[in-house]
Design a protein around this ligand. Structure first.
Ligand code: CMP
Length: 227
């Protein structure tokens, strides 16, 4: 069956799939499937070993990667959007899923099964190298988070999350356009929602950030405040 153009274009968003020659990418795409999920769908849970056979690529929407304790207290490890992927860890080491994945909005995915992924990986050194680079990038991000949790106060941690989540607009301004609640920020930095509210209020008063409806605009002095 010929591959769907949507599946091909979604796979091309991921650097390690983009490293494949077109004919290989199309062959891989023809074996992948598409999946749609409503907001707040739990796609995988920490400890699952039943669905350890697929790699998910986000075509649209947003998901959060989290871990939680028995009382339901949650830490958000990352928020991922279009062109990003998840599920690679269990696929590589055959261990149970390391985290919970839940959609934050209605989302669409391309799902690649483990055997196909591993076959293409083993046959393409450029793809394997690009995949390793992506894993190393995630490790660097995790190191940055450990650093901010261990060495920064709550102001620094909030500022770090805002800077990490921001996108640069054409005129060079940093903005967070997608909805990011104080509760989400609190769960990303291990603080209470009340504390995050207080810090955000101070950041607005100090003119480090401003709100335009639900859009958060970061001012140049915010980055300086974390140094
Ligand atoms: P896996 O363990 O198969 O299932 C849960 C997924 O969450 C995991 O693969 C990764 O894709 C993703 N994940 C786990 N930890 C992180 C992290 N720190 N940053 C981004 N994604 C992560």
């Amino acid at each position: 069956m010929p591959a769907s153009p949507t599946v091909i274009s979604t796979l091309r968003l991921v650097p390690f799939f983009a490293a494949l020659p077109d004919s290989d990418l199309e062959r891989l795409a023809s074996t992948a499937r598409q999946k749609k999920c409503a907001k707040h769908t739990v796609i995988m849970s920490q400890g699952d070993d039943t669905d350890s056979l697929s790699l998910y690529i986000i075509a649209s929407g947003r998901i959060k990667v989290g871990i939680s304790d028995e009382e339901g207290k949650e830490v958000i490890l990352s928020i991922l959007g279009p062109g990003q992927f998840f599920g690679e860890m269990s696929l590589v080491d055959d261990h149970p899923r390391s985290a919970n994945i839940e959609t934050m909005e209605a989302s669409e995915f391309v799902v690649v099964n483990k055997e196909d992924f591993k076959r293409f990986l083993s046959q393409n050194f450029d793809m394997a190298l690009s995949f390793m680079k992506e894993l190393v990038r995630r490790l660097r991000e995790a190191d940055k988070k450990i650093e901010s949790l261990a060495l920064m106060d709550v102001y620094g941690r909030v500022a770090r999350v805002l800077l990490d989540m921001a996108e640069e607009t054409v005129d060079g301004r940093l903005m967070i356009k997608r909805r990011l609640t104080k509760q989400d920020i609190a769960r990303m930095i291990g603080a209470s929602r009340e504390m995050v509210s207080r810090v955000m209020k101070d950041l607005v008063e100090m003119n480090h950030v401003s709100f335009h409806g639900s859009v958060i605009v970061l001012n140049d002095n915010l980055a300086e405040s974390t140094r």
